[in-house]
Design a protein around this ligand. Structure first.
Ligand code: AMP
Ligand code: MG
Length: 567
């Protein structure tokens, strides 16, 4: 196939290149659920307004000007049965940078935006909605444009940054290249780490269009951004089994609870049934609906606890784990002010607006709050006896979370069984020496007997008592590992499958998006390649650079050690 020049004018539709995609398109959400009765068919609906009922609003995306290819996910293209060079096809680029006028049928001329409610750590909010009713909050700049069914699996394709929707709250509907690069890379990385996540399909950046965002001046140690800066805009397409969020079910439950309109209870039932079909298809839909709902709660609990254990395993901090950033499908969604723990701190939280409640080791608590909100949203669909069962499922969260976490820590430490004593000595020591989270656990995979191998991963040198405590801990760990009577090579190999070799280092990602801003995407692609094999030794210069603790000059640096949500 001839690759068209990235910057050539749009080609006439070459439907043949797109055919494999077109043949798989489907639209279950908009065909099964209700459109906002006040919406227009053409989707020219780009101003903040109250959306009082319905599950979605048809909205035409606003294309970004002069889009240029940045990257795409080879892995996901393959999973969707798409040829790799389609990402360079001019028509594909137009569609996935927001120009649906270039999209042949069965694509439609509009995408759809959905509303959702917001709870922060289990407390319902409407303050973020401009109308104080909750009816103006939702996908402000995210628009799904189609679903794809490939080999029996359904995926939803969602543009991020495709212009304002009725939920924009006065925002410009754009996403900047910086945050788009971060989300694009993070999704690739998390998938490769084996953590359930929304996926990256493609990323195109405008060569002409800019928006202003608060950010940090180079070298600034300011806590909050200290400058307004123009940023290039971009559209990334993220893909998931659905984009249904806990907060979304909450919106319909709140309306049902307050009898907001005559169809409120019915619309709640419809969206929950849709969530079961999209995310929990193994639930037998011939069963009475209340039983299906209880099963949804049970299965979501299992997925959410496993997800959070995985986050902690790989050092991921979501940063803003509100109910609207919590996918009903139990995978990672919405990479905004997230970060990966480098120098260990249980309270690690890179987002300046986040606070301790969403910090690294507090994520099980944040997840419990979101789980509680899901149960609250499901409750109007149940009879009295089922309410009791739901309460039991909800109360069982803590136990299930604890069990899942213990299994994860045991695996991370190469043990058959979690050892509370070993673990409770380790965490304060890790904190005291400020170990590099990834390097430390990977060093442990070499099964050291003396602490010097571990000490290289410490930010604060261990001397005197602390050094002795480390040796005592390591002796205790070695004894437990030996008690397991395991083949040492198999043990090391097993540990290396759960403890990644490389992690996300913001001080390497920031220069990559800065170079991308200047039109040079090489570093973004190198990082993508590094992140695709996070458990394997790699020979590249970037891999070597990444194989070290954060250099001191980056500590406290705005945009690297902490950042605002401005994206
Ligand atoms: P987030 O904190 O990224 O999850 O965003 C919170 C809400 O604000 C989401 O519903 C977004 O759709 C919306 N939002 C964020 N940035 C913009 C923007 N530039 N324009 C419109 N809506 C936005
Ligand atoms: Mg969000």
């Amino acid at each position: 196939m001839n690759l068209p020049d990235e910057n050539s004018p749009a080609l006439e539709p070459t439907v043949s290149e797109l055919t494999p995609l077109l043949e798989q398109l489907d639209f279950s959400l908009i065909s099964q659920l209700n459109a906002d009765p006040q919406a227009t068919a053409e989707g020219q609906d780009h101003r903040s307004r109250e959306v009082k009922s319905g599950h979605f609003v048809p909205v035409a995306p606003t294309p970004i000007a002069a889009p240029e290819y940045v990257s795409h996910s080879r892995g996901l293209f393959q999973e969707l049965g798409l040829k790799d060079d389609l990402a360079h096809d001019a028509q594909f680029r137009r569609i996935f940078s927001g120009d649906l006028s270039a999209a042949p049928a069965p694509f439609r001329s509009t995408g759809w935006a959905t509303g959702y409610a917001l709870s922060i750590f289990g407390t319902e909010y409407t303050q973020q909605c401009p109308f104080r009713t909750g009816n103006g909050y939702g996908d402000g700049r995210a628009l799904s444009i189609a679903e794809v069914v490939h080999e029996g699996k359904r995926w939803e394709l969602q543009l991020k940054g495709g212009g304002p929707t009725p939920y924009c709250r006065g925002g410009d509907g754009r996403a900047v290249l910086r945050s788009s690069v971060r989300e694009f890379l993070a999704q690739e990385f998390m998938h490769a780490l084996g953590v359930p996540t929304s996926r990256s399909l493609s990323l195109y950046a405008s060569t002409e269009e800019h928006v202003m965002r608060p950010w940090y001046t180079p070298g600034s140690k300011s806590f909050q951004p200290d400058v307004m800066k123009p940023h290039r805009v971009a559209i990334s397409t993220r893909v998931a089994s659905s984009f249904l969020r806990v907060g979304q079910l909450e919106l319909f439950a709140r309306r049902a609870r307050s009898n907001a309109h005559p169809q409120a209870q019915q619309e709640l039932k419809m969206i929950v049934a849709h969530a079961i079909e999209r995310e929990y298809a193994a639930i037998d839909r011939a069963r009475p609906f209340g039983e299906q709902v209880l099963e949804l709660a049970r299965r979501f609990r299992a997925r959410l606890t496993a997800l959070v254990a995985n986050w902690i395993r790989v050092g991921y901090c979501q940063g803003n784990f509100n109910s609207d950033n919590c996918a009903v499908g139990g995978f990672t969604l919405d990479y905004g002010p997230f970060g990966f723990c480098e120098s260990f701190d249980p309270w690690f939280q890179p987002w300046t607006g986040g606070g301790q409640h969403f910090s690294f080791l507090n994520q099980p608590g944040a997840a419990e709050a979101n789980f509680h909100m899901l149960c609250t949203a499901l409750s109007p669909l149940l009879d009295d006896a089922q309410q009791g069962e739901l309460a039991e499922i909800r109360d069982g969260f803590v136990k299930e979370m604890e069990r899942t976490l213990k299994e994860m820590w045991a695996a991370k430490l190469g043990l058959h069984r979690f050892d509370a004593d070993l673990f409770s000595t380790l965490i304060p020591l890790m904190q005291r020496s400020r170990v590099d989270y990834t390097l430390f656990f990977r060093a442990l995979c070499d099964l050291p007997e003396k602490t010097d191998r571990l000490e290289r991963t410490f930010e604060i040198e261990a001397t005197g008592d602390v050094k002795e405590q480390w040796q005592a801990w390591l002796d205790q760990w070695n004894a437990l590992v030996r008690d397991g009577e395991r083949d040492r090579e198999a043990l090391a190999a097993g540990m290396k499958r759960v403890n990644p070799r490389y992690t996300w280092r913001e001080w390497l990602v920031a220069p990559a998006y800065e170079r991308a801003e200047a039109g040079d995407y090489a570093r973004v692609r190198e990082l993508q390649s590094l992140f695709l094999s996070p458990y394997t030794d790699q020979e590249t210069e970037l891999a070597t650079e990444s194989d070290q603790k954060r250099p001191a000059r980056f500590s406290g640096l705005g945009g690297v050690s902490h950042y605002s949500c401005s994206s």
